[in-house]
Write a protein that binds this ligand. Structure first.
Ligand code: SF4
Length: 164
């Protein structure tokens, strides 16, 4: 598995100042994807334990409110194992900080039963649809995508939108 970029301070992808990591590889190829350089599964850099430790160290700073995992596609079968490992390590080390993930897969159809969902606070799900693009939307690029409160959704057995 590979990743594209780590941002030490990201104020665009989730609430507050965050660390973000963009995974490498996406098979969806949405029209006018914001990040098409992450499509190639052979691009970017190797994702390994050193990558996880680097991200965890960056997340330890007191001004960092949480971690964001984007892509590329973090939940692609080639990437989900590494994403799960990072998500678990992050939540074990920083239970007070939040984890946001962006995925082209859908929560109820594809992801709700995956182990990684135990560690995710908010999931922005669904493929980007260019014809539904709206620059005023918060945290998402097109109106079909959903900002989901994952832990509430699991507890209530239905998809609950994040409303803060
Ligand atoms: S799922 Fe995301 S990274 Fe993949 S093509 Fe669509 S917008 Fe781009």
């Amino acid at each position: 598995m590979r990743y594209n970029t780590i941002r030490k301070m990201d104020i665009a992808d989730g609430p507050g100042v965050r660390v973000s990591i963009f995974m490498q590889g996406c098979a969806f190829h949405c029209k006018n994807c914001f990040n098409s350089e992450t499509w190639d599964f052979n691009g970017g850099k190797e994702f390994n334990d050193d990558t996880i430790n680097t991200v965890l160290d960056l997340c330890g700073k007191s001004h960092i409110k949480g971690l964001s995992i984007l892509g590329g596609e973090p939940m692609h079968p080639s990437n989900i194992e590494g994403t799960t490992k990072l998500a678990k390590a992050f939540k074990e080390k920083y239970p007070e900080k939040n984890l946001w993930v962006w995925s082209g897969f859908q929560f109820d159809k594809d992801l709700k039963d995956k182990e990684v969902m135990k560690y995710v606070d908010v999931l922005v799900d669904g493929q980007y649809q260019d014809e539904l693009h709206n620059p005023m939307l918060k945290w998402k690029g097109s109106s079909n995508q959903r900002v989901i409160d994952v832990q509430k959704s699991i507890a209530e057995g239905t998809t609950v939108l994040f409303d803060k």
